[in-house]
Design a protein around this ligand. Sequence first.
Ligand code: ADP
Length: 614
Amino acid sequence: MDVRRRPLPSSGDRLKTQKLKNTESQSLFPLYLTNALFFTLFFSVAYFLLHRWRDKIRTSIPLHVVTPAEIAAIVSLIASAVYLLGFFGVASRASLDELSDDEIILKEDSRAPGPCPAALVESSPAKAKQFPLQSCVDSLNVTEKTKISLSHKTLDRVAEEKEVPLRHKTVDSLATKELSIPLPLKTADVAGPISLSHEDEETVQAVLSGSVPSYSLESRLGDCRRAAAIRHEAVQRLTGRSLEGLPVAGFDYESILGQCCEMPIGFVQIPVGVAGPLLLDGEEYTVPMATTEGCLVASTNRGCKAIHVSGGASSALLRDGMTRAPVVRFPSAQRAAQLKFFLEDPLNFDSLAVVFNKSSRFARLQSIQCAIAGKNLYMRFRCSTGDAMGMNMVSKGVQNVLDFLQSDFPDMDVIGISGNFCSDKKAAAVNWIEGRGKSVVCEAVIKEDVVKKVLKTSVEALVELNMLKNLTGSAIAGALGGFNAHASNIVSAIYIATGQDPAQNVESSHCITMMEAVNDGKDLHISVTMPSVEVGTVGGGTQLASQSACLNLLGVKGANKESPGANSRLLATIIAGSVLAGELSLMSAIAAGQLVKSHMKYNRSSRDISKVAS
Ligand code: ADP
């Protein structure tokens, strides 16, 4: 729906309006009594007059002959009608005014999309730098459409937030431009109770009695939102537990059907913050992070700043291939070994690749690595998957090969398409050593004065802490891929924001952080090496509206048409760059002894939690 925005009232106007409303409410008190009185008066005199006129018609008395009682009744009727018309006219106008005010406030709030992103709406960072305001305006130009006209004041505020010159010439030319701005959901839409129709109520009863299975609601009703609302209500009644606070309205349930989540009853809201700009390989990125951990975004942001003022970070993608390892059993270890030799023979690779690659135009077999446990053979297939994270793709390819092998190895018993040598969503040395998904290394040299001024510590302290904490400490703990301070914090936050599979955070957060004094011991060389970053920009949760917006902010939304896989590879390097920033900042906070202090400030609510607890 297009809503045209009316000019914002000044704060003075607002005060006046507020005052007027207060005065009105005071003078009309008690309003409900006055209303009841006039309602009663209106209907009783109307009833009286109609009776009188019916009697006159029956007794043939002319209508215009009126008694004093009738005159009094007519006067009362007109008076009460005037009152009622006046009152409800004013009330409905007032409520309309209030609505507009609320909308304006909501729109005002929605105008702060964070620092001017580097990769705005498919525009290059260079472009964003050249035309700062235009790029900020473009950044608002996203999907759900509510057209508004921006006043000079509004544009100035946007400009202020983006740190661009005020009342620029461009601002004037843009002043009347109509923009598409995402409207925040109305409060009632998000948190308000959903009212169920009589028919819905019957369906709730049917679900409760078991005559309609809860899982079948979507297909039965053909309306995913109604299905979620009915299930939400049924769950509350069935468990006797309130779901208040878990919104149902305000989410596109069609978009998750058969792909992202079954039997939905609502959605959990996670705030998204931005860190950046992250200067990586000469480009700037504004990094979205979905988290409820205070300090995390602020800390990563500080790391980004330190990297930026030191000239930026650079990255290299070492490998790109998703893996899947089925387990098959033979009657003997000899037979298992025969298949292993067959699969590892370079002469057989091409024919196996042809079979495997039939699964998708993006899947390309890279290698098959085998491991034997007695009569059982584990075959770790690795393939490139374009811009998809690739689990589905690689599984399909593996199935093709297993079917193909069955004719030459009829005694092969396929135990499982996944035999955990893959290894998905578990900490495993095979991922740490061989890699899975994208293997990335990212580095930066942080200047001595930046370490002092921005990070409030010294190169020497950082190098020592890294050696004793991230390397020695983790070795003592028997860490597997955990030679870092908090890579998983950054990985998880970006994964959730961009629609990745958060469970893959386990191996995607494998990271070794290295620090070394360089340039005669003055500056700090820092690097993060991450062998198994599993990300995609198509498929799964990446196509959902919010997640897709976050990918768009990074300039990696969807499939890369010119070079399939380029978007997901870029996303992996951005994640490594962000981890670099996060490591730098947290390690500095620990080295400077600030960690506890800053967490107490940003990560501890000052609210009385005893009141919040039920
Ligand atoms: P995953 O393998 O990560 O689970 P899906 O199978 O859900 O991903 O999604 C990948 C789908 O997207 C495939 O059907 C594939 O054909 C399609 N696709 C379109 N463009 C690309 C691309 N550039 N890279 C990879 N897949 C793509």
